[in-house]
Design a protein around this ligand. Structure first.
Ligand SMILES: C[S@@+](CC[C@H](N)C(=O)[O-])C[C@H]1O[C@@H](n2cnc3c(N)ncnc32)[C@H](O)[C@@H]1O
Length: 307
């Protein structure tokens, strides 16, 4: 696939579904599902923040439907209304494809399937949701690939009151400071691009407060030092490898979008020669087209329990 004419964030989130599905740590996930299914509440209440286009909703519904849970109340929050609309439409199609009857309007209620699901969508900032929350607390709080963008103690501190005693924090796919592309183009330049890309993830306006490139380990440390009993952690690395010269699903687009993030962040950087960097990006794009590029990003999944 050659470089796309335009980039779309919802398409990037759709394209990363298959990458995430391979990456998610099975041990952390199984423990999360076991613990969630063992909660004695009906409905089981889940709050997901930064939900993107809804991939985690599908995963959780599918897992609970095969357990003894018969009623799930799912609050889905994302800052971007285009993501929320993509999730609302996509989840309807997904649920109907599995035989559920899906109501019109808000909330979206799925019936006639193995589990009754009520999905409450909100295009909102998670901090506003936390500040204005009324109603029963949640059995689980889920944030996948979100905390990199935030100040971890602030985000978890704001959300903690929304979690029931003994409720679960499921926090997968948090970037942890390693990016690797193969084959090498130029070892010095490869290393510099990686370092500068990671540095660009800290938001200077927040004086380094954003978790950024070391989010995974910061998250582990934060939960370890808090009073939330720690249940499981493990790696969930993205590994994108061509098979017979082609990438599965829409993963060629996913790779182009990753290169687009890097190009957007680093073009004009004083530590990079403009021509050398443009050549580096062009070479990496060529490697996607010819099905040669291998991409690895190290990430961590964390599961903890509210005290
Ligand atoms: C990297 S995406 C991950 C999306 C999804 N969880 C996934 O893994 O596919 C991060 C998401 O967090 C959302 N987000 C960022 N800051 C947020 C905030 N303060 N409140 C709610 N959502 C936020 C973004 O709009 C984006 O959809």
């Amino acid at each position: 696939m050659s470089e796309p004419a335009t980039y779309s964030y919802p398409r990037y989130l759709e394209a990363k579904r298959t990458v995430d599905a391979r990456a998610l740590n099975r041990r952390v996930w199984s423990r999360f599902v076991d613990e969630l299914a063992a909660r004695e509440s009906s409905p089981v209440r889940v709050l997901e923040v930064g939900g993107g286009v809804g991939a985690t909703v599908e995963r959780i519904v599918e897992a609970l439907a095969s357990r003894s849970v018969d009623n799930l109340d799912y609050t889905f929050v994302d800052l971007e209304s285009e993501n929320v609309e993509a999730a609302r439409t996509g989840l309807r199609t997904w649920a109907e494809g599995r035989g559920y009857s899906v109501s019109d309007g808000t909330p979206q209620v799925w019936t006639d399937g193995p589990i009754t699901v009520t999905v409450r969508f909100a295009a909102a900032d998670l901090f506003d949701v936390a500040a204005s929350h009324e109603g029963p607390p949640h059995d689980a709080l889920v944030a996948q690939a979100v905390l990199d963008l935030l100040h971890i103690p602030d985000a978890l501190g704001a959300l903690a009151p929304l979690l029931a005693p003994g409720g679960l924090w499921y926090l997968p796919i948090h970037f942890d400071g390693v990016t690797a592309f193969e084959p090498r183009v130029n070892p010095d330049l490869d290393a510099r691009v990686e370092r500068l890309f990671h540095e660009s993830m800290a938001d200077p306006s927040l004086e380094g407060e954003r978790a950024g490139a070391h989010c995974g380990r910061r998250l582990l440390r934060h939960l370890h030092d808090s009073d939330a009993p720690f249940l499981e952690a493990g790696s969930s690395d993205w590994v994108v490898v061509p098979q017979d010269g082609a990438y599965p699903g829409d993963e060629a687009y996913f790779l182009h979008h990753i290169l687009h993030f890097i190009e957007t962040e680093l073009t004009g950087h004083p530590e990079l020669g403009a021509e050398a960097f443009a050549d580096w990006v062009a070479t990496r794009r060529q490697q996607v087209e010819t099905g040669e590029l291998i991409y690895i990003a190290h990430q961590l999944d964390v599961l903890a329990r509210s005290p």
